[in-house]
Design a binder for this molecule. Structure first.
Ligand code: UD1
Length: 397
């Protein structure tokens, strides 16, 4: 349905070709830690093809410390920083901050394409800002769906709205491609790339890694089994998270060789609850969110993961780690289908039962740990760069 493109979007690309212009100007926008991790390999791939791409990096600063750590690790220096983060920020604050902040940047930089990643409110608002300037959007990690509007909230709606403004849909897996096709996106605009998270992970995990964090440095991964816990999702705030913490407390009581390490998200709501329920328990370590490299290596040395994160469901299979997913739905069914992840929700007893099975039944553990990784081969980012180059004249689509 080519008429979906506004005349300016067409014009921009035709002009490029007609004038024999040899470079594509790509502006990437991201704002939270996971977006940064997954966009970093793409920025690298684009920057390494200097004769083809002029790359500009914009961070919205939806996260601050958690984002800056990742920028440091990947040596990314943003060209623009909107610095929107406020403590207790609402979704409206984020959306308005990104929209207002991006408008003058998009006008002055005038890129050929804006690249966004995933499903955060930064992603949605940046796509909308690009759409208002009639600039093509490339969506990395496109096509994930739970088909439940409020779960995850607001991510499911963020990604659906982003899809409807996107020209280049970079789908990580076959099911993601199929979702987009089912929704009427022309096949010529959907590209199967694998997930860039694997590209990033392979760079970060090292067999001989030594931790900087004093707590992690002291951990005994030989005599203790370390369960890595992360939880931050809005739909788990309050009671569901309390039930998760009760399960953790039960597990350390039942298994004297089990230790739970919980990097606590910066959100003050999560911090208060974590401190009050888990703060004084033996063999439970509440730590600051580690830098990306530390976190990736912690995951590699852990026994299994308890998490409500989407990204970890993709990373853990590459490292052979079972994942118990603390959610009722997932937009990442590939891991569940491959057998590496299991949806356990937030019921205390269910979490305790499934974790106990992994801790006592070697066969059940091996079955999950040895399942194949359905998320990619570590070459997603160079693929995205290649596609953007090949498709620089939109009439190819
Ligand atoms: C956001 C994304 C979510 C993503 C998650 C990854 C939205 C609506 N949510 O959720 O999709 O899975 O990031 O972490 O886009 N804070 C700090 N320092 C930081 C980061 C956060 O102090 O570096 C605190 C602030 O008080 C902030 C709060 O955490 O107000 C929540 O951050 P926010 O980005 O609004 O939501 P997340 O739960 O992080």
């Amino acid at each position: 349905m080519e008429e979906n493109f506004a005349p300016d979007v067409w014009g921009r690309f035709f002009w490029m070709e007609g004038m024999g212009r040899s470079m594509v100007k790509v502006l990437t926008v991201f704002g939270t830690r996971p977006e940064a991790i997954k966009m970093a390999p793409v920025i690298r791939a684009l920057q390494s093809a200097r004769s083809r791409f002029d790359v500009k990096v914009v961070v919205t600063g939806q996260h601050r410390e958690m984002l800056d750590q990742v920028l440091d690790f990947f040596d990314i220096i943003p060209d623009h920083d909107l610095s929107i983060m406020r403590h207790g920020q609402t979704l409206t604050d984020i959306t308005c901050g990104v929209l207002k902040g991006l408008e003058p940047i998009l006008r002055s930089e005038s890129p050929d394409v804006v690249l966004v990643h995933g499903d955060t409110t930064t992603t949605f608002a940046a796509s909308l800002a690009a759409f208002y300037q009639q600039i093509a959007v490339g969506h990395v990690e496109a096509g994930l769906r739970s088909y439940d509007m409020y779960n995850p909230f607001p991510e499911e709606m963020n990604r659906r709205l982003t899809s409807s403004m996107t020209t280049f849909h970079f789908a990580p897996t076959h099911p993601a491609m199929a979702n987009l096709a089912k929704e009427g996106v022309p096949e010529s605009r959907i590209f199967l790339t694998g997930n860039t998270v694997i590209d990033a992970l392979l760079e970060a995990v090292k067999g001989d890694y030594v931790f900087f964090n004093p707590v992690l440095k002291e951990l005994d991964f030989v005599n203790e089994r370390v369960i890595l816990l992360t939880t931050h999702r809005r739909e788990n705030w309050g009671l569901p998270m309390e039930r998760i913490f009760q399960a953790v407390s039960q597990l350390v009581e039942d298994f004297p060789d089990v230790r739970v390490v919980f990097p606590v998200h910066k959100n003050p709501k999560i911090r208060e609850l974590a401190r009050s329920v888990l703060g004084k328990l033996p063999r439970v370590n509440l730590i600051e969110p580690p830098a990306y490299e530390e976190f990736a290596n912690l995951m590699a040395k852990s026994h299994f993961l308890l998490t409500d994160s989407g990204g970890l469901q993709e990373e853990a299979p590459s490292l052979g780690k079972p994942v118990l997913v603390l959610r009722d739905t997932t937009e990442r069914p590939e891991g569940v289908e491959a057998g590496t992840a299991l949806l356990v929700g937030t019921d205390t007893q269910r979490i305790v039962d499934e974790a106990t099975k992994l801790l006592t039944d070697g066969k059940a553990y091996a079955k999950m740990a040895d399942s194949p990784n359905p998320y990619g081969d570590g070459q997603a980012a160079p693929r995205i760069a290649e596609i953007l180059w090949e498709k620089r004249a939109l009439k190819d689509l």
